[in-house]
Design a protein around this ligand. Sequence first.
Ligand code: BGC
Length: 374
Amino acid sequence: MTRQSSTAPPGGTISTRPLGRLADGRLVDLLVLRNNRGMQASISSYGGIITSLIAPDLEGEPADVVLGFDRLDGYLAGHPYFGAIIGRYANRIGKGSFTLDGETSILARNDGENHLHGGIAGFDKALWKARPVSTPDGPQVELEYSSVDGEEGYPGRLDVTVTYTLTHDNELRVRYHATTSRPTHVNLTSHSYFNLAGPESSDVSDHLLTINADRFTPVDAGLIPTGELRSVDGTPMDFRTPVAIGARIDGVDEQLRFGGGYDHNWVLNTTGSKLSLAAKVSEPTSGRLLEVLTTEPGIQFYSGNFLDGRQLGKQGRAYGRRCAFCLETQHFPDSPNQPQFPTTVLRPGLVYDSTTVYRFRVSDPRQMKDRSPS
Ligand code: BGC
């Protein structure tokens, strides 16, 4: 592996190096973005995966705050979507089918009888064309992928561009664009598993979470929304003020039982498609604070319930149950079959355009208060 190149946008750098090869011989690159504030994001052209995200703590100490593997082989061996771009449809589509304009599409059923995260070979397993770009905001990677008509059962050829920009304001901005040749459904997200305490930490139960949502979409036992938008009031789903992730997670509650913990979509208190604050997580030992802003109407908070320690990640660490959390911005699960939900239909001539920002800050741990509703 000798190929190594580097470009230097104002105040930041991007370097590209080979990460390995796919079984069919195609080369996978790793692009490493560094801003001028001590943050670093590594992006693989395979799956558009964020393989590491290094952020400073209150003392300025950097640590990797996402799960993943040291080598490409780890990703190729199979994993629960660590850091990947998810498409064509983030989360579940009930019974793996939908009917659009009278035409029924049958998708892969890769989660019991349901379709999950784009199917068997979704965007997380695609080889994206990756290009480093200098922008005044910070170093950027532009990823392109063209999904053929009928891929994983979806209608239309979908041309997708995802850009990751690491801004000098310690934000990782993710912008998704897509166009289609035929009417189809699109719902893209990014699937990082975060632990803001850093790689030595094996539990996120003390992280304090806030979600800007008065309602969530309750699910059935297969984690498909029932169609109801239910108030969070008086439930363990109420994160309108900061609450420790672990505070209520094992309580007696049908929704928590279905998810094995949190694995639900919250209906964000936002209107229109303006970028607005969706969620906030603070970690009391490191002082790291993550804010998630999005143009999407929903966010999936998943508390890593299905991690079981069998996955050996970076430096051989076993990733156990709830050692990380995901905050996946999205349209609501199963929208193709739930006409009352905001639509995920994309038609030829229109552009799918969605932005999510992961903003890293630090805050004095003494200011981080668990205001758990009792
Ligand atoms: C889903 C979980 C799933 C996980 C990994 C999350 O987005 O909500 O149910 O287990 O992804 O596939």
